[in-house]
Write a protein that binds this ligand. Sequence first.
Ligand SMILES: Cc1cc2nc3c(=O)[nH]c(=O)nc-3n(C[C@H](O)[C@H](O)[C@H](O)COP(=O)(O)OP(=O)(O)OC[C@H]3O[C@@H](n4cnc5c(N)ncnc54)[C@H](O)[C@@H]3O)c2cc1C
Length: 414
Amino acid sequence: MSNIVVIGGGVIGLCTAYYALQEGHNVTVLEKGEVGKGSSWANAGWITPSHVVPLAAPGVIRKGLKWMLDPESPFYIKPRIEIELFRWLWAFRSYATQTHVNRCIPILGTLCEESLNLFKALSQALGDQVGFEEKSLIFAAKTDAGLKYCIHEVEVVKKVGMAARVLDLNEMCEMEPTLRTDLKGGAFFKIDAHLNPAKLMVHLAKYIRANGGRIVENTTVNGFELGKKEVKNVQTTHQQFEADYVVLAMGAWSKEVNEALKLRLPIQPGKGYSITLPQTGTLTRMPILLSERSVAITPFGNEIRYAGTMELAGMDLSVNQRRVQAIKNAAQEYLINYDAEVAQQAIPWAGLRPCSPDGMPLVGPLQTFPNVLVATGHAMIGVTSATGTGKIISDLISGKTSFMDPLPFAPERF
Ligand SMILES: Cc1cc2nc3c(=O)[nH]c(=O)nc-3n(C[C@H](O)[C@H](O)[C@H](O)COP(=O)(O)OP(=O)(O)OC[C@H]3O[C@@H](n4cnc5c(N)ncnc54)[C@H](O)[C@@H]3O)c2cc1C
């Protein structure tokens, strides 16, 4: 049994704590704010193994540059002189190739498919209180170009053995009657599921506390006592914590430990927004991606969430109302039950996705300090791959062979 200190109480940190507790370890989660209230709180809640294409893919840069000129587009880089951002963009550019995508797809597929299996068990262990539903996912397109993208995604997903098919307009609107009948059609990804991320955070934290884990909130990690090849303890704003193993699950804040641990974790925060509102009229039943607008729609019973945007704007949680309005406009363009008055009342939420330059997470031990394990960089699939990530980290600490070799996620690969 080891003393494990997990830094960061988001979905990655809490899932790690969950599996480590099951292995009988002593677990302490240190959280600088309130547990679960980072990026993991009001995201779209999708568990989508079908999202196997990494962010760094061909065409993304061209599309990104085009979108940069549009203040209502889903993508934006805040112009600034920041050496780390330049390095990140330069590396991203070199990874955005078809060869890289082909290499990543089966790796991400394995991580995310196993995570889905683990979510089924986790949801049961948490008393089915997190809103986990296996309702699949629809991509909806309103233009020929959008439909072409849907067809391409279906081909990619089918190649890795997951069920997916193109939908004609009739079938799509039968499946999800709140989609407008003047769209073009779309795609159906059977494997995908979703849950309520805030409920997941609340019930995971409750479970961890009830099963002997400690969660210490309002406590910022600000240093480490280093041995020759190990971290001996973790220093915080309040006290220090002895650790046999330390897990870095700090999400978008990960690079704050770079100096203290002589590291270079290349994580950039990718800001996104969501708004959650009561559903009026016919209820939307299924999660939907609005293809041309890159907006995620998730129904949570009588509520609905619209989420989107990727802004590389630094550690800044301020809300750009124009882009939030663009998310609302997108919902109006695709859904018959969009209610402008209700949407006007909704308070936008902002979250920072931890983005790596190659679009793959950073999961595994450090070479410099092998008792420090990194679990970050999950960008748009942090929920989708949280259980698998937590299991890998817990297995590594427990000396067990995990369901996959984490080598492709080696944190010092850059
Ligand atoms: C709009 C939006 C929609 C999204 N939709 C989806 C989706 O549908 N499906 C999906 O898979 N992913 C989605 N994501 C991405 C997902 O939310 C993230 O990948 C995921 O939440 C990252 O989890 P995390 O635990 O790494 O980070 P976080 O949840 O941000 O947790 C990190 C925690 O570390 C704490 N911390 C940082 N520094 C310190 C320190 N020094 N000391 C102590 N604590 C510290 C922070 O306070 C924070 O609570 C979405 C993101 C956004 C923004």
